[in-house]
Design a binder for this molecule. Structure first.
Ligand code: FAD
Length: 379
């Protein structure tokens, strides 16, 4: 049985109220105009949404991944772009610093990230490939007391906002792949113009180029050569959070569809009275419940300090594929209006596809799950 504490339920209510008042009225315009709403992101910070997973010593709530997922679900129910801004800011941005940083690095970077005054990004994917992250081509070499980074990263979320403070970059060093913190504005770091994306129009995504980009030797995160293990663990958390974002998307679609199916008439009756439409909504309810169970099961294991890699992959795979199916069927229920951008389900349809790709594609999730079964290709 999936049960949240009274405190978590009350918190969900607070986030829902915020999303309804501060995000829903603007979501369509931000999507249409490709606006990254800095003030709203800062307001989410003031509400504490970026600090849920982190220790109180850094200004966080120490509340765990489950509570973080509740916040991501509620924001994602209304606006996926803002949901991914939160998800990436926490899972990909602040988490590596909190997990692997030295006390000095944490003191320097975490208070602003945890408070949501600044955002951090995680640069893993390269033009040559994202799934095969072991093939990282970006290089970092030591020159005196500096790392010199050369290479490129693609599709990096939150990397070019006005409040971006740093990008954690994976790079090949003598010891293997290492992670290095590159502060925003470092000479030699080129932030390319934003992409023209199919969805997530209000989220910030850029390619990055590193040309003789120099940062202090102290900016290495954790031990040299540990970058591969670090990003695998980072992605385990991130996959549960992306599943939560997908749960929000399914919930948002279901609400829109039940309302519309009751209001819209065809052949003298509400379309919801036709089984073909009602069954689509029933399938969405099944998807929602199942995706939610898988997501919070994985988050609960994580919070209990138990292994959750397999469960994270299962939750991500199931919830994201269910989200894509749900948005396609929601668009169908809305008929022609479902193809018009200002209808929320049209935006949801465009926003859904990337969920099956980012933080490990569906194929990579199947690979992780089959390896856990002792099957699949050798590594
Ligand atoms: C909007 C957006 C935001 C993103 N944000 C970030 C970010 O913040 N940080 C970051 O580092 N990355 C980010 N990404 C990158 C994302 O994580 C990658 O796109 C994703 O991991 C896939 O990598 P790829 O695009 O290089 O595809 P590829 O790895 O080239 O894969 C292409 C196809 O081949 C399949 N494939 C690859 N290997 C296998 C295999 N072994 N078995 C079966 N099939 C396989 C894949 O599943 C996919 O279908 C973002 C992407 C987008 C579009």
């Amino acid at each position: 049985m999936l049960e949240f504490t009274d405190e978590q339920e009350a918190f969900r209510g607070v986030v829902r109220e915020f999303a309804e008042a501060e995000i829903r009225p603007h979501a369509e315009a931000w999507d249409r105009d490709h606006v990254f709403p800095t003030d709203t992101v800062l307001a989410m910070g003031e509400l504490g949404l970026f600090g849920l997973m982190f220790g109180e010593e850094w200004g966080g709530a120490g509340a765990g991944l489950t509570t973080q997922c509740l916040a991501i679900e509620e924001i994602g129910r209304v606006d996926q772009s803002i949901g991914i801004t939160l998800e990436a800011g926490v899972s990909l941005g602040a988490r590596p610093i909190a997990e692997y940083g030295t006390d000095e690095q944490k003191a320097e970077w975490l208070p602003d990230l945890v408070a949501g005054r600044r955002l951090a990004a995680f640069g893993l994917t390269e033009p040559g490939g994202g799934s095969d992250a072991g093939a990282t081509a970006t290089r970092a070499r030591l020159d005196g007391d500096e790392w010199v980074i050369d290479g490129a990263k693609t599709f990096i979320t939150n990397s070019g906002t006005d409040i971006t403070s740093l990008i954690t970059v994976t790079a090949r060093t003598e010891e293997g792949i290492s992670t290095i913190v590159v502060p925003a504005g470092t000479p030699g770091l080129v932030v390319e113009p934003p992409y023209r994306k199919l969805g997530w129009h209000a989220s910030d995504t850029h390619g990055l180029v590193f040309e003789d980009c120099r940062v202090p030797v102290a900016n290495l995160l954790g031990k040299p050569g540990r970058g591969f293990a670090q990003f695998l663990a980072t992605l385990d958390d991130g996959r549960v959070a992306i599943a939560a974002l997908s749960v929000g998307l399914i919930a948002g679609c279901l609400e829109e569809c039940v309302r519309y199916a009751g209001e819209r008439n065809a052949f003298g009756r509400p379309i919801g009275s036709y089984q073909a439409v009602a069954f689509k909504c029933a399938d969405m309810a099944v998807a929602l419940e199942t995706a939610r169970l898988a997501t919070y099961h994985a988050a609960g294991l994580r919070d209990a300090g138990r292994p959750f890699k397999r469960e994270a992959a299962i939750a991500k795979l199931f919830a994201t594929e269910a989200a894509v199916t749900t948005t396609r069927e929601a668009t169908q229920i809305f008929g022609g209006y479902g193809f018009i951008d200002e209808t929320p389900v049209a935006r949801f349809y465009r926003d859904a596809k990337i969920l099956e790709i980012g933080e490990g594609t569906s194929e990579i999730q199947r690979l992780v799950i089959s390896r856990e079964l002792g099957l699949g290709e050798p590594t």
